[in-house]
Design a protein around this ligand. Structure first.
Ligand SMILES: Cc1cc2nc3c(=O)[nH]c(=O)nc-3n(C[C@H](O)[C@H](O)[C@H](O)COP(=O)(O)O)c2cc1C
Length: 202
């Protein structure tokens, strides 16, 4: 089992991907909090197997797509949408996240094309992953994902945000997260209506 089902409701599924492999990662905790705050009808699953995606090489790709890449692709293809929480490493996204997106962007299984995506992030520093999120949006644009433009969520000083059980201690942050998820629900719904109309009229 590589994705842990967190909330109950059935209709819209969101795969949640953290750009950190760290145990007790703030970004992992943020996604867990998102799963707990999901609006009715949205189910958020945490993907916990990013570590099995090997470093991208066109040689490796030509041999056979590695199992870790296949699994991630399948989970994304089967979800209605993707939520990514990114740490900031040296003012950009961590290499593991960029590496995974490089794999996902490759034909013939370009699972990010047309996929609704929400970007959030948490950092121990003051600026709350502003630069990393900006870079991530740019990369996802290249992969032709449909990234929700607003609202954004930049969590700085993350060490002070979570209690010892990993829950968000600050009510206003929880409210912002809930509002963001409601907007994301609308973003996914609007895009799926758009996709249906496009399919109908060709
Ligand atoms: C290699 C590396 C570079 C980092 N660079 C930045 C940075 O540019 N800006 C920042 O706010 N934090 C930076 N940090 C601190 C991370 O924000 C912090 O480690 C954070 O906890 C990572 O997210 P995680 O808890 O989800 O693993 C860096 C950490 C590492 C390991």
């Amino acid at each position: 089992m590589h994705a842990d089902t967190i909330s109950q409701s059935p209709s819209r599924t969101v795969l949640a991907l953290s750009g950190s492999l760290r145990r007790n990662s703030y970004n992992g905790l943020l996604l867990r909090a998102a799963a707990d705050s999901a609006p009715a009808g949205m189910q958020i699953q945490l993907y916990d197997d990013l570590a099995s995606v090997p470093l991208f090489s066109e040689d490796l790709e030509a041999d056979a797509v590695p199992a870790g890449v296949r699994r991630l692709r399948e989970h994304i293809a089967n979800a209605d949408a993707l939520m990514i929480a990114t740490p900031e490493y040296n003012q950009s996204v961590p290499g593991v996240l960029k590496n995974a997106i490089d794999w996902l962007s490759r034909p013939p299984d370009e699972v990010l094309v047309g996929k609704p995506v929400a970007v959030i992030g948490a950092s121990a520093g003051r600026w709350g992953t502003r630069l990393a999120q900006s870079h991530l949006r740019h990369i996802l644009y290249a992969a032709e994902a449909l990234v929700m433009p607003q609202p954004s969520l930049f969590i700085g000083n993350a060490a002070k945000l979570f209690d010892s059980t990993g829950r968000i201690m600050d009510e206003s942050t929880t409210r912002v997260l809930q509002d963001l998820l409601l907007c994301f629900d609308g973003w996914i719904a609007n895009l799926s209506v758009g996709a249906e109309v496009t399919a109908r009229v060709g």
